[in-house]
Design a binder for this molecule. Structure first.
Ligand code: FMN
Length: 338
């Protein structure tokens, strides 16, 4: 069942058509005609989970399970290794349940190597033992716990029990020895939730706002008995979630994701205070529709375009993006000034 579902998620995602809006277009940036340094001086390296990576973008959690999904993880890991960026595998529950599925996750570590950053993934309902086992499966540098209440509610066979989530996260963070990243799956972490997470000990928060992959549409495609198309616009646009969370809990480590798959949205995320960014669906789309080389060129050109943006903003280092001036316009202005 779980394996079939994962395949259906990948296939349905590739057929989705709804265009959400993460509202990064409402951030206005000024061109700098006198940057005062050379293009070769731009340095995009940053530290993440105790390792230096080449660029603050990771390939976020998607797959693992059967053979085809193993090939996807293999290709994604090769891209992550080539560009020295982190990667997260998809939910490992299937690997915990079926030992034969573990190889599809382990393959990512084999390819990325010891020096690469590889992150594991489980639901926030998992036990400490499951978290430890999933971590060992891929020798993960950190574990993601996904919060996907919205997705579950639109999934016919989905979970309907959420009472213990907060307590469980708090317990896991206190008892697990490696860093834990709590992430959404495309509906956005609100400032109130960020406050609760931070107060229970969570330092790493992946915003995963709306405007990119839309799991209401994906689940709707799998369910022939219902029509949820009037609800596809649910969720907090990524840029709003990021601004709100950063204001409410400035000291958390923020990963900006949810349609963050262009130089424009990556650089704007870092200007708004994100410490890192992550992309999922778009990488998968390039990989499955264009093949390995096309997905590889997509990442290469996104990094190149981000460097160009840094030059045009007069910024040499990633950390200096946090000091860049910007203007919030349009709907985003309306939403964040409430
Ligand atoms: C096909 C597919 C499968 C996914 N599977 C998982 C998963 O197993 N665990 C998880 O935490 N998120 C999963 N996600 C959600 C992504 O990690 C990410 O949070 C979300 O897609 C928003 O980012 P995006 O707009 O860049 O795709 C999946 C996304 C896609 C497209």
């Amino acid at each position: 069942m779980r394996l079939e579902r994962k395949k259906e998620h990948v296939e349905s995602y590739l057929k989705t058509g709804y265009k959400g809006d993460n509202l990064f277009k409402d951030i206005y940036l000024e061109n700098n005609s006198l940057p005062g340094f050379d293009f070769s001086e731009i340095d995009t390296k940053v530290e993440f989970l105790g390792k230096v990576v080449n660029f603050p973008l990771m390939i976020n959690a998607m797959t693992g399970g059967g053979e085809e999904l193993s090939t996807i993880n293999e290709d994604l890991a090769r891209i992550a290794r080539d560009f020295k960026i982190p990667m997260a595998v998809g939910s490992q529950t299937i690997g915990l349940e079926y030992p034969k599925c573990r190889e599809s996750f382990k393959i990512a570590r084999d390819i990325i190597g010891e020096e690469g950053v590889l992150i594991g993934n489980l639901s926030a309902t998992s036990t400490l033992e499951e978290l430890q086992e999933a971590c060992e499966m891929i020798d993960a540098n950190a574990m993601q716990l996904h919060l996907n209440v919205c997705q579950e509610l639109f999934m016919e066979e989905g979970d309907r029990t959420f009472t213990n989530l907060e307590k469980n996260i708090s317990y896991l963070v206190k008892n697990f020895k490696k860093p834990i990243i709590v992430k959404e799956v495309g509906f956005g972490i609100s400032s109130k939730v960020a406050r609760k997470l931070f107060d229970s000990g969570v330092k790493y928060i992946d915003i995963a706002g709306s405007g990119g992959t839309n799991f209401i549409e994906i689940e709707d495609m799998r369910n022939f008995n219902k029509d949820y198309s009037d609800m596809y616009n649910w969720g907090i646009p990524t840029s709003k979630a990021l601004i709100d969370c950063k204001r409410e809990v400035p000291d958390a480590f923020y990963i900006s994701s949810g349609g963050v798959n262009t130089a424009d949205s990556i650089i704007k995320s870092l200007i708004l205070g994100a410490d890192f960014t992550a992309a999922s669906g778009e990488v998968l789309r390039y990989l499955m529709h264009g093949g390995f080389n096309v997905a590889r060129s997509y990442i290469e050109s996104t990094i190149e375009k981000s460097r160009i943006m840094m030059m045009l903003l007069g910024v040499k280092k990633i950390e200096d993006l946090k000091g860049v001036d910007y203007v919030i316009t349009g709907r985003l202005k309306e939403l964040v000034s409430r």
